[in-house]
Write a protein that binds this ligand. Structure first.
Ligand SMILES: [Zn+2]
Length: 283
């Protein structure tokens, strides 16, 4: 009954690693696309203190953890140092991280600290599938990637009803040598193409990730029956962000949370609050 990807055909998240200068220099053009991005800050770099990130938060983008020192090895301390920086600098809790160099040590570090850890091996992510949230796949465009090369990655996600994340380090012409830099124009045109499809959910990793993991939780619950009511009860995973919702559709009856009937959205679904921890369907 949960709508995959909030009712869209597929989902895409664009993530930016390493706090690179070309992300900062081109922030206005990126923000003008009017879609939420995820910026994974490497907090040991001076660029992470740039005021642009505070603006990015206000503009609705996600700030995530890419550790302080970008080491392939960590016992957790370097990850926690970045979380501390993000909390004290921006006053927010980071819910997702990206593993430096895709290093596998971060899967276990993230498991006790985050909702999601983004890795670097490309794959599609499906509703209710067994993809590891602590080594989430991601597509890294080749250096100088064209618009159409990136478009193809979205086309396959959309046609397969899946979620694709992109891992981008920066744009050509930056002062600090982003890994596999891509032309800004190609990226802007690509995101515009994705928007123009009209049925692809473009959102941050925390937003799509909470939906994906929340759907898995609700889908795994067997409802209990009391009279003619059926009730689903669940417990959210650790480090789950508050205030997240699932869109559900039912064949009839009344859905309630905390005893209050849910309003029917004219788009054709109910919005279920994951924080409530239960949902009751009455005929
Ligand atoms: Zn990195």
């Amino acid at each position: 009954m949960v709508l995959n990807w909030a009712g869209f055909q597929g989902a895409v998240s664009y993530t930016f690693d390493d706090s690179n200068s070309s992300q900062i220099a081109n922030y206005d053009a990126l923000n003008a696309l009017d879609v939420p991005f995820t910026f994974y800050l490497q907090t040991g770099k001076s660029e992470s203190s740039n005021p642009v990130w505070q603006r990015a938060l206000r503009d609705g983008h996600e700030i995530g953890n890419h550790t302080k020192s970008h080491s392939s090895n960590d016992n957790g301390a370097d990850t926690d140092a970045a979380t501390q920086f993000i909390k004290s600098t921006f006053g927010i809790t980071p819910y997702t991280m990206a593993a430096p160099n895709g290093s596998s040590v971060y899967a276990n570090i993230a498991r006790t600290r985050f909702l999601i850890n983004r890795g670097v091996a490309n794959n599609l992510i499906g509703p209710n599938d067994s993809t590891d949230p602590f080594n989430l796949p991601s597509y890294i465009p080749p250096a100088n990637a064209s618009t159409s090369v990136m478009d193809q990655q979205v086309t396959s996600a959309r046609s397969g009803g899946r979620w694709r994340t992109f891992c981008i380090h920066g744009f050509t012409g930056g002062s600090d040598g982003a890994y596999q830099a891509i032309p800004l124009r190609a990226f802007l045109d690509h995101v515009q193409h994705t928007k123009d499809l009209g049925d692809v959910w473009i959102d941050s990793v925390v937003n799509v990730g909470a939906y994906w993991r929340g759907q898995k939780v609700l889908s795994s619950v067997t409802p209990t029956t009391s009279g003619s009511d059926r009730t689903w009860r669940w417990t959210l995973p650790a480090n789950f962000p508050p205030g997240k919702y699932l869109r559900v559709r039912v064949g009839g009856g009344t859905l309630k949370q905390n005893g209050v009937p849910l309003p029917w959205d004219t788009h054709g679904y109910y919005e279920v609050a994951l924080d409530a921890g239960s949902l009751t369907l009455s005929p």
